[in-house]
Design a protein. Structure first.
Length: 275
């Protein structure tokens, strides 16, 4: 499915019916990874409409000349929401850079978002300012690693702290075979001052929307300590899970625990909404 935002066709997919759930993927990723991680969560539920889409220059959505920085990206996503979810309240699930955008959405439309989930969210956009742990492999199947093609071996072993058959299969399905990205276009954004919002979303007040944060203690891509500080100071109704033996792909590395945690949180939201 496609819809037009700022003059470009946005690729998106809807699964199920009911309360809308907006799913925002990470930088240089696509909706494929989000769908594979999120769909198992909703297996026991029948009343949610999951909305997956590709950001500009990623997946099957082409670059957008009107999106030159993260402020523009936020406006792009907000416009997409207004077209695909024109009224009513919705949930949002985000990953990495998608979490950065979700912070902006929560500030822009708090009355419409009934809850937000952040998976390893980007907090500090300037790479040199991030507080990162050293990369640490917590489990490695040595026989598996020896059999991998050289190109896969390097990328996989640098991305995952748990390196077993399951995480490698997910790597193949969602990352190694993902749709091509527009590297020059994305680099022009991520390597510019505009990769950071011109104003932090939380500067205008506290976020009083229920939120769930997943952080990996071995996440050497975005880190976790700066997110802990952000959540403590600005998110009044948060649940925060800081997992040991988990990296930037913790929803893959700890798939079952991730799914069960989100299911429990969703049931809490449902109970709250029914009061």
């Amino acid at each position: 499915m496609t819809t037009e935002v700022f003059g470009v066709p946005v690729e998106y997919k809807i699964v199920g019916e009911g309360t809308p759930v907006l799913c925002i993927h990470g930088w240089t990723e696509s909706m494929v990874q989000m769908e594979h991680s999120i769909e198992p969560v909703f297996a026991p539920f029948i009343s949610y409409k999951r909305i997956y889409f590709d950001l500009p220059g990623m997946g099957k959505t082409p670059r957008c000349d009107q999106v030159k920085n993260s402020d523009d990206m936020l406006r792009f996503v907000k416009t997409f929401v207004e077209q695909v979810i024109p009224d009513g309240r919705f949930l949002a699930i985000s990953r990495s850079y998608g979490g950065y955008i979700l912070r902006g959405l929560l500030a822009a439309m708090p009355e419409r978002i009934m809850g937000g989930i952040f998976i390893c969210p980007l907090v500090e956009p300037v790479r040199q300012k991030r507080i990162l742990p050293n990369f640490k492999v917590v489990y490695r199947n040595e026989e598996l690693i020896k059999q991998l093609p050289a190109s896969h071996r390097v990328l996989f072993t640098n991305l995952f702290v748990i390196q077993d058959q399951y995480t490698y299969d997910r790597f193949l399905d969602e990352l190694a075979s993902a749709a091509a990205i527009d590297e020059p276009y994305l680099r022009s954004i991520s390597h510019s001052p505009g990769y950071a919002f011109s104003e932090l979303p939380e500067e205008n007040g506290l976020c009083d929307v229920p939120t769930l944060f997943f952080l990996g203690k071995q996440d050497n891509v975005v880190g976790y300590t700066q997110c802990v500080d952000l959540v403590r100071d600005h998110y009044t109704r948060h649940s925060l899970l800081l997992w040991e033996n988990a990296g930037h792909n913790l929803e893959i590395e700890h798939h079952n625990l991730f799914c069960e945690t989100v299911k429990s949180w969703l049931r809490g939201i449902e109970n709250e909404e029914s009061l």
